[in-house]
Design a protein around this ligand. Sequence first.
Ligand code: UD1
Ligand code: MG
Length: 451
Amino acid sequence: MSTALIILAAGKGTRMNSDLPKVLHPIAQAPMLAHAMHAGRALDPDQTIVVAGHAAEAVTAAVAEIDETAQVVLQTEQLGTAHAVDQARAALGDFDGDVVVLYGDTPFVQPDTLERMIKARASADLVILGFQAADPGRYGRLVMAGDTLERIVEYKDANEVERAISFCNSGLIACNAKLLFELIAKVGNENASGEYYLTDVVELARSQGCSVTAVACDEAETLGVNSRADLARADAVFQSRARAELLDLGVTLMAPETVYLSLDTFIGRDAVIEPNVVFGPGVTVESGALIRAFSHLEGCHVSRGAKIGPYARLRPGAELAENTHVGNFVEIKNAEISEGAKINHLSYIGDASVGKRTNIGAGTITCNYDGVMKHHTEIGADAFIGSNTLLVAPVKVGDEAMTATGAVITKDVEDGALAIARTPQVNKPGRAQKLMDLLRAKKARRDGGDA
Ligand code: UD1
Ligand code: MG
């Protein structure tokens, strides 16, 4: 069965008190919207349509980054959830498979829950996702008769008996596309909010003899985000779930609650993550790598057997091959570090390539930026870069070459050469003592003068 996703994301999110539209606020370093879209991928949808309204331009740009095949349609006025879904009608054209409606501000729905909704479609024309609410608050209430969902009553429109129901509407719905749009065309707005309620399709479907049922999920999956406090809670929920998943996959987290993960963090089996490590977006750590305490990684790739940190910073474009070592207070940006290379202390390696087994001494800096442009540094294999070398890019250091400690390298160094680029040392016998005497006398004169 082919499937299409419609993701509602036109709302403003007033309670976020923000210039950023609600669905673009990040959870685990990815826009909230990306979480719902990721979950939807489990259904292998033929089409994904995002309904945007508030800050549509920003939402459109974000959608393109998350999934370039997704389409954005506009809902210029927010007239209700049925009206929002209706905006996808033209984009779906003749599509006759199942439509699943998700909310952009409900990030935690699980892929297998969506699969259960699609399975339930085998025996019902319309499937709603419901949950038992600890505090039903203002959610729509599901009025059941056995396995049949009779109707959904919005809180504002509900009577006392209906308000006592704790089985609530998550907002998610699965239905054949043709049927759904046929039903939506009949939805009116005579209700307490004057909105076109998507929930009205339940009664409309029943009145024309269609079967309607509800699938239940855990309340945690339907957690919506309406405020900054909700956002912080949502991030915490994401973190504890993602950590548990990594532990299940065979990753060692020495102090799981101190490791911060992103939506797309990938860590292989038998990797070890020490306490207080932050994974920004776009990080892949392969099996058996060791990430030591207080390291910060984003947009980088760490291969098998690599040892990173403690206190290392890997920035976008850091490509670390197998068995590389990157030690404390080392920053690497847009640089390829080849197999077995070591950069163990206090260095900045940016816009560079480092050959196999090369050793970079403490305090080495690639001077990649001249104030206007960035330049590349190329260091060959089996090279030895002396401590406190400044590599003024663009510059090349050949295979098996060496730079002397404290060198300022401004010219290419050929293979096998030793480059010395520092002021020669001069020793002046007895001069230290004389200089000290001179300075002490000066101080005594000054102090005497003051008194
Ligand atoms: C909706 C449901 C309610 C359910 C609750 C779950 C209806 C009528 N009610 O209520 O039964 O318990 O969600 O959270 O469907 N949106 C648009 N365009 C619009 C209106 C809404 O894109 O014109 C989007 C919002 O941005 C949001 C989602 O649809 O992502 C839900 O809208 P919201 O206004 O939060 O609906 P609720 O009143 O919470
Ligand atoms: Mg809501």
